[in-house]
Design a protein around this ligand. Structure first.
Ligand code: HEC
Length: 204
């Protein structure tokens, strides 16, 4: 690349980066109205999903950068929604947990009615170190239980994390699987077992 082109390319890149970091000039109310309009023809139940709850509103308005006070309020509010397993047992069947982690259907327009509902953990996390296909938005969870010595307190804390990621980290990109009633208690236990069972491929 000759020097002039290089400088021009570098300038274009820095200009794009600067633009991406600035809040857009668009009026948030207009953006909300456009989104609502896009979903105008779906059932009222689906339309309701475009209404942001208080946590989503603060995260949207702060572009996922809540100040310390907002972050504390979010974590407190979200933690209050976490329900511990009724029988006190956090771990189910890791084989079923793999299905939960590896299924990306559920909660979408395109779903087959009555079809499987999964959490698609693999879309954001490495889990089984032998699996080649995974996303990297979240940290690797390979060896998760083993690396933490299967510590009972960590197991308890991870239940909270998977039940409601924002109870631990305000404005996390990770869905609130338990609190949003997306996964059942049994599915949560199974995916927990996928992370913490000694026999799970995650810990091999
Ligand atoms: C849309 C992406 C996304 C999906 C899907 C997702 N996660 Fe996450 N997860 C994240 C991100 C981003 C983080 C790091 C930020 C945070 O801690 O919230 C994270 C953090 C975590 C952590 C804490 C890791 C640590 O540092 O100890 C655990 C455990 C976890 N996820 C488990 C799961 C499980 C289990 C599933 C499926 C049931 C899942 N995640 C699905 C994005 C996701």
């Amino acid at each position: 690349m000759n020097k002039t082109i290089f400088i021009a390319a570098a300038f274009a890149l820095s200009a794009t980066t600067a633009m991406a970091q600035n809040a857009p000039a668009a009026d948030p109310a207009k953006v909300d109205a456009i989104i609502k309009d896009m979903f105008a023809k779906v059932s009222p139940e689906w339309q309701a999903r475009t209404n942001l709850d208080e946590t989503q509103r603060v995260c949207t308005d702060s572009r996922n950068q809540p100040n310390a006070q907002q972050a504390e309020a979010i974590q407190k509010r979200e933690l209050a929604t976490v329900v511990q397993p009724a029988d006190g047992k956090f771990l189910g069947d890791w084989k079923k947990g793999f299905q939960v982690a590896n299924t990306g259907t559920g909660g979408q327009f395109s779903d087959r009615p009555g079809g499987p509902i999964g959490a698609n953990c693999f879309a954001c996390h490495q889990m089984d170190p032998k699996e080649l296909s995974y996303g990297t938005l979240g940290p690797s969870l390979a060896g998760y239980g083993k690396d933490r010595n299967y510590d009972p307190q960590v197991i308890k804390d991870t239940w909270t994390k998977v039940y409601n990621a924002q109870a631990v980290f305000a404005c996390s990109n990770m869905p609130r699987f338990g609190s949003m009633k997306f996964l059942t208690e049994a599915q949560l236990k199974d995916v927990m077992a996928y992370l913490f069972d000694k026999e799970s491929p995650v810990n091999k």
